[in-house]
Each structure stands twice: as C-alpha cells, then as structure tokens.
Design a protein around this ligand. Structure first.
Ligand SMILES: *[C@@H]1O[C@H](CO)[C@@H](O)[C@H](O)[C@H]1NC(C)=O
Ligand SMILES: *[C@@H]1O[C@H](CO)[C@@H](O)[C@H](O)[C@H]1NC(C)=O
Ligand SMILES: *[C@@H]1O[C@H](CO)[C@@H](O)[C@H](O)[C@H]1NC(C)=O
Length: 428
C-alpha cells in the first residue's frame, strides 16, 4: 500500500509540469455588432437590465457583470475521455467553467406562444428558456454554432445534476453541473490535464451568445467568487499537484483587425521566458476573489489622479475601465471624444496618444498607443481609445485593468502567494 502511494507520488511529480497553450485572436463581439449596426440596441437592453438588477428584482448577481462583448482572445480546452474540444475565453475576471450541453437549444418551450417570453426586457427574468430573450426575427438557437458536450460519450464523466445559473449583462447561461477530466489546451496542442473537475453544462444560453466565436467560459479567478463554490480548474490543478509552480502567466499579442490569427500564450505552472522579460515586481492581492490589488495613481500626458483605488487584472475585459470623471480626464489628455452611440471614447486612427501611466506599488507601468488605440472596424477612420467609463456602484474594484495593460505587460497570476507579477511583454 505505502509503496503504491510513493510510486503515485513519484508519478505525480514526474508529470507536474509547465504547459504553454496558444490563444487565437478573434474579432471582438463589440466590433462585429458595431459593424452590423446592432450595438446601440444591445447597449440599451443591457442598461435596462442593469437598472432592473440594481432595483433588486432579479436573481442576485454575485460578480461584476462581465459581458465579453469586447473579448477577442479564445483558447482550446477539452472535456472527457475521449476528448471533446471547446473554444473558451480564459477569463481571470470570473471563476466558473461552463460549456454548452448536447441538449442546449433543444428545449420544447416555444418562444412565440409563451407571453412571458415576448417582452425583451422582462423575458430575461421571467421566461424559462433564456434562449428566447432578445431573439431576432430570424432567430434559430443560441447554441446552434457552439460545440456541445455529450456526457454519454465520455468514459470518465460523473453525474452531479445540481442546477447552475450565471448572470450576464444581457441574459444568463443556465443548466446543470457535471464532473469530468478536463485539459487546458486542445487536441494536438500541449495539454495540462485536470481530473475530477466540476463544470456547468448549459442547456440554455441568452440569445446574445448566438453566433459568437466561442463555446463557453473558463474562469481563472478564486473559488470565493465561483457560482456554487466550485473549485476552479486551475486551482484544482494546483491542489492536485499537477503544476510546477502555483502560477500561470498570460502573454497577449497586440490587437489588430485580423481575425483568426495567433493571439498569445497562457503558460500554466511557470513563467513565460520566451515572450516576457523578467518580472519587474509582484503586487500582493488585497482580496483573493478576483485578482484584486491597489493601484495608487493613473494618468496620461498632463493629467494625473492619485486618489488610489482597488483594481483587478482581468483578461476577460478588452479595455481599461474606471470611474467616469477620471476616465474623462485621461481621455481629454489623449484628445479622445466620447461617442454615446457606441459607449466608448474615439480617436482618429493613427493618433499618437500619450501613454496611460499606471502606478502599482513603487512602479509606473506605461501603456502605449499600440495597445490603447484599437481599430473599430466600422469603415470610418475612428479608433477606440481603450479607456472606458465603468461604474462599480460602490461594490468591488473601481478599475479593471483589461487586455491593453496585459498586452503591454505579461501578468503572472500567483494563486498560492496571492499576488500578481508584471513583466515587459517582449513583442515588437
Ligand atoms: C484550436 O482548435 C482548432 C480546431 O482544431 C484549431 O484550428 C486551432 O488552431 C486551435 N488553437 C487555437 C489557439 O485556437
Ligand atoms: C431574415 O431572413 C430573411 C430571409 O432569409 C432575410 O431576407 C432577412 O434579411 C433576414 N433578417 C435579418 C434581420 O437578418
Ligand atoms: C459615433 O460614431 C459614428 C461613426 O463612427 C457616427 O456615425 C455617430 O454619429 C457617432 N455618434 C455620436 C453620438 O457622436
């Protein structure tokens, strides 16, 4: 018996690893909606829903409502044995893994005939099948294009059956829980295998997900903010001793208007010495929920605010968000003007905006125009200036340091020591 245990320990050691998994850059959903002329309507629905939620009439929303409308990086994972592959957002701003179930979109409720499902706003709260909500005239099924998990085909699947529901700004993902072996990395890519992972199998997705270039979400933040208190996949890997070090490093490539091109690398279990310089500093987390810590100042050009805030490092948000008054100061120093149709600041593409300077600990991290001026893709010469007004309503962090910051500085997420490290990204 004890010899078996020792052998198992040795085997576990031999297999604990550093695994580098590539990402794919896809067109951001926001840019696609802007191009299709549906973004203004989308923002309106979202605002209404937010008001509704804040009046306390809806199911609780335990997290910052992250909508992924601006998300542009996805990676492959697999679930089950044999492996079934999914494209997911690898999101440090949430903590649950879910993918569509084989039954997703096949529920018998008829959207048209149930009056609770006819109003686009109330639908999200009252209609049993969220897939009806926001459905356009040619609506088919929000899971139609998504890969779906078929548990009957997996030898390692363990039924759980408990319900789950995760709320987003414009609807929800809901279904039931299951357990299986998952891998970070797809078939034919380097893989980190994590047995016994509990995850959501969505049977219904808000219409918002229809046609998105992603199947699901994999949250990389802490268990404390996980819906149903499920141990998140990377923490599960650390707990099982499957990685060299309890860290993962995120390297994101510059955003361009290309679609379907390599987008960066996630390194599980170690530093990324290929794409990132040495770690300049680690910042202790103030709260191990999100990767939340203190930012002491932010500015651009002649503007600077040193008020000090709680911030999070969030790969699932493609801009930098903060309080409107300070964002407005930064934007005017950059010569950007607010476009209320799109809900973002715009600058003419090619504008040399000043760096956005972020003070964390005793270091100043400067994010330059290659990362803060983002093509909009609407045919105009307008680009998005990557700082947007974000209202935390007094809860949680005041700022979100999203992809522009992470493209400039690789972020090292250390789950055991509860800190985030920053290293220069070595890309040109
Ligand atoms: C993911 O899998 C798809 C399909 O097999 C493949 O085309 C793609 O290159 C893989 N990698 C990424 C990062 O998407
Ligand atoms: C719905 O489908 C019809 C027929 O295929 C097409 O003419 C129309 O443009 C579509 N409407 C939308 C909003 O996509
Ligand atoms: C926002 O920008 C678009 C062009 O990119 C323009 O058509 C629209 O009128 C602008 N809206 C406002 C409120 O400025």
């Amino acid at each position: 018996m004890s010899r078996t245990l020792i052998l198992l320990a040795l085997v576990a050691c031999a297999y604990s690893a550093v695994v580098q998994v590539p990402l794919l850059k896809v067109e951001s959903i926001r840019n696609r909606m802007i191009r299709q002329g549906t973004y203004a309507e989308y923002l309106k629905t979202k605002e209404l829903r937010r008001l509704y939620i804040n009046r306390g009439e809806a199911a609780t929303v335990g997290q910052i409502v992250s909508d992924y409308e601006d998300e542009a990086y996805v990676g492959n994972i697999t679930i089950g044995n044999p492996q079934q592959q999914f494209k997911v957002i690898l999101d440090t701003g949430s903590s649950n893994l879910w993918i569509p179930d084989i039954t997703c979109g096949t529920k018998p409720i008829n959207c048209q005939s149930d009056p609770k499902c006819s109003s686009s706003l109330l639908c999200q709260f009252e209609c049993e099948d969220q897939a009806c909500c926001g459905a356009g005239p040619n609506y088919t099924d929000s899971c139609l294009l998504q890969a779906k998990f078929d548990s009957s085909k997996s030898k390692t699947y363990v039924a759980n059956g408990q319900n789950f529901i995760i709320e987003y700004g414009t609807g929800s993902a809901r279904g039931f829980l299951g357990q299986d072996t998952i891998t970070f990395g797809g078939v034919g890519e380097p893989q980190l295998t994590v047995p016994n992972q509990v995850f959501g199998q969505a049977t219904s997705l808000a219409a918002f997900f229809e046609g998105q270039p992603l199947d699901g979400i994999l949250g990389l933040a802490f268990k404390s903010i996980a819906v149903d208190q499920i141990t998140p996949p990377f923490i599960n890997a650390v707990n099982q001793g499957l990685v060299d070090q309890p860290i993962f490093t995120v390297f994101l490539e510059h955003e361009g208007d290309q679609n379907g091109v390599p987008g960066g690398v996630y390194t599980y279990g170690g530093l990324d010495t290929t794409n990132c310089g040495p770690v300049l500093a680690y910042q202790q987390l103030s709260s191990a929920t999100y990767y939340q810590f203190k930012m002491s100042a932010i500015g651009a050009g002649s503007y600077k605010s040193t008020k000090g805030w709680q911030v999070i490092s969030d790969t699932g948000t493609s801009l930098i968000g903060g309080p409107a008054s300070i964002v407005s100061g930064i934007a005017s120093a950059a010569g950007a003007t607010y476009n209320s149709t799109y809900g973002v600041y715009l600058v003419p593409c090619g504008t040399k905006v000043p760096t956005v300077d972020i003070t964390i600990g005793s270091n100043v991290y400067s994010v330059d125009s290659s990362n803060t001026v983002i093509p909009l893709g609407d045919g105009s010469n307008n680009c998005i200036f990557a700082v947007f007004p974000f209202n935390s309503f007094g809860f949680g962090p005041s700022w979100i340091l999203g992809d522009p910051f992470i493209r400039q500085y690789c972020n090292v997420y250390d789950v055991t020591n509860q800190r985030v490290g920053f290293a220069k990204s070595l890309q040109k």
